[in-house]
Design a protein around this ligand. Structure first.
Ligand SMILES: Nc1nc2c(ncn2[C@@H]2O[C@H](COP(=O)(O)OP(=O)(O)O)[C@@H](O)[C@H]2O)c(=O)[nH]1
Ligand SMILES: Nc1ncnc2c1ncn2[C@@H]1O[C@H](COP(=O)(O)OP(=O)(O)O)[C@@H](O)[C@H]1O
Length: 206
């Protein structure tokens, strides 16, 4: 069976990553989003095991010692965020594409370990609009929003490390751009050779 593709999506907080990923999940496409572990507190409405696995610093450090993480980093407010390996491996082996919503530090670690990972960076149309979206989301205090805005330019300065860049101005357009990326990736020779192994053997038989 063909292996699923591993995708990284990064963006400054508020650029629209989660909204775009949720919309993609509704497409008729075999894909999953990896659920990370974090030491940050849940926001209202966030569900354990759906948005994150919420753990203490001690639990997170135990998981690091047990080599559970494919990557991990401290992202906001000194909180740990990490991607655990077992679920990803299982899904990819079942031919399911897996999306990682992670920051640039995690992306760098994964590129070292999984050279054929595909990465997409989402940019906001402006800093003013980014702040408007963070405020509009209504999930963070003023202090946290200031922290997220301060980190936004640091995150965005890494955009050249990614394979694709999508500007999330018009939501539907950004979604279409990502769908095109997924389609193109599925048509890559390496992926098609695995999917059509039988056909190719038949076509090339003497
Ligand atoms: N390295 C790494 N970053 C992560 C992971 N999970 C989430 N992040 C990143 O942590 C940042 C903050 O996430 P969060 O606090 O949920 O706020 P959000 O920006 O609104 O999604 C985002 O840039 C996420 O992409 C992870 O497992 N590893
Ligand atoms: N293209 C867009 N135009 C206007 N608002 C958007 C757009 N994309 C996302 N949003 C809104 O911006 C806010 C932040 O989006 P979210 O997906 O939570 O960002 P992230 O996951 O990158 O932090 C949400 O309220 C979302 O509905």
């Amino acid at each position: 069976m063909a292996q699923g593709n591993l995708y990284i999506i990064s963006a400054p907080s508020g650029a629209g990553k989660s909204s775009l990923i949720s919309a993609l999940l509704k497409d008729n496409h075999k894909m999953k989003v990896s659920v990370s572990h974090t030491t940050r507190s849940p926001r209202p409405g966030e569900v354990e095991g759906e948005h994150y696995y919420f753990v203490s610093v001690e639990q997170f450090e135990q998981l690091i010692d047990n080599d559970v993480f494919l990557e991990y980093a401290k992202v906001f407010g000194g909180n740990y965020y990490g991607t655990s390996l077992p679920m990803i491996e299982k899904s990819l082996a079942q031919g399911i594409d897996v999306f990682l919503d992670i920051d640039w530090q995690g992306a760098q670690q994964i590129r070292e370990k999984v050279p054929d990972v595909k990465s997409i960076f989402i940019l906001p149309p402006s800093l003013v609009e980014l702040e408007r979206r963070l405020i509009g989301r209504g999930q963070d205090s003023e202090e946290v929003i200031l922290d997220r805005m301060a980190k936004a330019q640091d995150e965005m300065s890494h955009y050249t490390e990614y394979d694709y860049v999508v500007v999330n101005d018009d939501f539907e357009q950004a979604l279409t751009d990502i769908r095109h990326i997924l389609s193109a990736e599925q048509l890559k020779t390496r992926t098609q050779s695995l999917r059509y192994q039988g056909l190719i053997t038949e076509l090339l038989a003497k």
